[in-house]
Design a protein around this ligand. Structure first.
Ligand code: CO8
Length: 259
């Protein structure tokens, strides 16, 4: 499908995905959700891509939530279906096989914060504002916010912010662990790119297994500790591990091949 609201640029091995509805503070309307679905759910991951950055167009908003204008007259069944559709997309982002960074360049509210929380790493600009303001509208988060906010910042803080709908600033988000870096608007994207380049320089098989083990943490069917021991052992017989250890002992940078 034509990507009208979700712009995709390729920069070397990275994808930069920009939610681009600046007149509506990049609110996630149906069309935008369909385009995100096409990108993250329908299309197989291009193997040459080593990382993804998601950001918002302009300097005011990352994403100010779901598009409230589309809520008018929406029947309960459609609202529940849209919630499930969005959760599928955000789960696909969370399960994406390469690192996805949210570069939060302004308001990240409601569905916008929910999208950011599905990413593996969150960096913010110093003007960013975060919140789950759905209670102000008489509803609740519908794209996973009640679950992921608790996971990320703990029950106490999450309940405070979910129940009040309060907005928090970038400093508070950093302190709470909701983001791991705060930069000027100008530095945000370059810092996200630098971070992805750093991850891409590490042992690719190790990175893949970190994803596997971290996913197991959220899957009650899998014993994450057992998986970790198994994968730790498996990595010992890879060429990359031999190279990493040899490079350390020879005091030179490693040259990994992903084998
Ligand atoms: N939806 C639609 N339009 C929006 C949204 C939004 N979420 N946010 C802002 N806009 C529009 C405004 O209507 C305005 O448009 P116009 O110029 O045509 O009037 C334009 O963007 C600029 O916004 P403001 O004039 O309001 O800018 P301010 O700087 O005064 O305020 C705020 C910025 C504080 C961000 C304010 O716009 C705001 O409070 N926005 C709404 C935030 C919000 O409540 N978000 C949560 C939405 S609910 C949600 O996300 C649920 C997710 C789960 C969905 C499940 C499936 C159904």
């Amino acid at each position: 499908m034509d990507q009208k609201n979700v712009l995709i640029e390729r920069e070397g091995n990275l994808l930069i995905v920009t939610i681009a509805r600046p007149d509506a503070l990049n609110a996630l309307n149906r069309r935008t959700m369909t385009e995100l679905h096409a990108l993250f759910v329908d299309n197989p991951v291009d193997e040459s891509v080593q990382g993804v950055i998601i950001t918002g167009a302009g300097t005011k908003a990352f994403i100010a939530g779901a598009d409230i204008k589309e809520f008018v007259g929406m029947p309960a069944q459609d609202a529940a279906a849209l919630s499930a559709y969005g959760q599928d997309i955000f789960n696909a982002i969370e399960n994406y096989p390469v690192p996805v960074i949210a570069a939060i360049n302004g308001f990240a509210l409601g569905g916008g914060l929910e999208l950011a929380m599905a990413c593996h790493i969150r960096l913010a600009s110093d003007n960013a504002r975060f919140g789950q303001p759905e209670v102000n509208l008489g509803t609740i988060p519908g794209y996973g916010g009640t679950q992921r906010l608790i996971r990320l910042v703990g029950h106490g803080r999450a309940m405070h912010w979910l129940l009040t709908g309060d907005m928090i600033d970038a400093g508070t988000a950093l302190q709470a662990g909701l983001v791991t870096g705060v930069y000027s608007q100008q530095d945000l994207l370059p810092e996200a790119q630098k971070l992805l380049a750093k991850i891409a320089s590490k042992g690719p098989l190790a990175i893949k297994e970190i994803f596997n083990c971290a996913r197991a943490y959220h899957d009650p069917e899998i014993d994450g500790f057992a998986l970790e021991s198994d994968r730790f052992g498996w990595l010992f017989e890879t060429a990359d591990f031999a190279e990493g250890v040899n490079a350390f002992l020879a005091k030179r940078p490693p040259s990994f091949t992903g084998k």
